[in-house]
Design a protein around this ligand. Structure first.
Ligand SMILES: C[S@@+](CC[C@H](N)C(=O)[O-])C[C@H]1O[C@@H](n2cnc3c(N)ncnc32)[C@H](O)[C@@H]1O
Length: 312
């Protein structure tokens, strides 16, 4: 098996056309938010945002596998004392384009800046919108289990009668729960809220997200050897994490400086994959980072080495 790393410089609307149909397992990205960061990489007016974004999502729809997932990190800002509605408009337009809006995750920024505003509180969360092509998509829920924690000790200690049997949904949805099923387990499925601090990681980019964010979704929606795409690559957080997790990655960036930065930072990754230990947890795989030109490839004694490619 060989892990690849493809970088493209240019507008993702054009560069995406170079990617094959149905070839990507996960698109994870954070585009420029409307009217923000004008000075660094241009801003799009909220009224123009949907029109600007749709040709790009059309390409994303084409390159995503039928079993794949698109996760879009975005948050509308306040304009004239009101929340802008362009994200909602975008969701509706994308649904018309053929996407299913499957879920919305919340990234709770644990360390957001303190502050006071006359008519609102600190903004401490961002949206992660999940879109799919079909209702059935790849999802590896066991990969993101969380410790049961204190909840198990208190809530499960004194189970009511209802909790000891299956509690059918009151709204007739067909979904029910039997809480006693969880008594003997030490892990539970997580919620759709992720609590992660923003990271000041000296990446020379003003809008990086924490590595834990792509990492969680890469675990949830992909497996080793799958392909992850970030069409608004920035400092390459998604790509760096994807490669560390032994996923192929594709990154597109319009600003030459950021593209060069990622190009120089991602070095060929040499790792050994011991066939007999395939079940090893990723983190325990031996990974050796080496420096050298991106096109360099070397073969390790017991496995294979990543061959990186760049496109300009
Ligand atoms: C919010 S930042 C992404 C930050 C990234 N998630 C990280 O952790 O570094 C958005 C990036 O998209 C780039 N960009 C803006 N318009 C683009 C376009 N049309 N095609 C490709 N990249 C674009 C910007 O230059 C910027 O680096």
């Amino acid at each position: 098996m060989e892990i690849t790393h493809d970088l493209y410089i240019g507008d993702c609307e054009d560069e995406l056309k170079r990617i094959h149909d149905n070839s990507v397992d996960l698109i994870f990205t954070s585009p420029p938010y409307a009217d923000q960061r004008k000075k660094t990489y241009g801003g799009i007016h909220p009224d123009d945002y949907v029109e600007w974004f749709l040709p790009k999502t059309e390409q994303m729809l084409r390159v995503l596998k039928p079993t794949g997932t698109f996760v879009l990190n975005i948050k509308e800002k306040v304009v004239n004392g009101e929340r802008s509605t362009y994200v909602m408009e975008l969701i509706l337009a994308m649904r018309k384009q053929g996407w299913l809006w499957t879920e919305e995750f919340i990234w709770h920024k644990k360390n957001c800046y303190p502050g006071k505003w006359p008519n609102r509180f600190r903004d401490a969360w961002e949206r992660l919108l999940q879109f799919n092509k079909h209702r059935k998509f790849n999802m590896y829920q066991e990969e993101v289990l969380v410790p049961m924690g204190e909840w198990a000790k208190t809530r499960l200690k004194n189970l009511s009668k209802t909790d000891q049997t299956r509690d059918e949904s009151k709204v007739g949805s067909g979904f029910g729960k039997n809480i006693s099923n969880w008594l003997t387990r030490d892990k539970a499925y997580p919620t759709n809220v992720l609590h992660l601090a923003t990271e000041c990681n000296n990446k020379n980019h003003s809008a990086t997200f924490p590595e834990g964010l792509p990492e969680w979704f890469i675990k949830l929606f992909t497996q080793v050897g799958d392909t992850v795409l970030d069409p608004f690559m920035g400092s390459g957080t998604t790509n760096i994490v994807a490669n560390r997790m032994l996923r192929n990655s594709i990154g597109i960036e319009i600003v030459q400086e950021y593209y060069q930065m990622v190009k120089s930072q991602i070095s060929p990754v040499q790792f050994s994959l011991f066939e007999s230990k395939k079940e090893l947890v990723l983190n325990s795989l031996p990974i050796y980072l080496t420096s050298g030109p991106l096109s360099q490839a070397c073969r390790g004694k017991n496995g294979y080495v990543k061959l990186s490619q760049t496109h300009s």
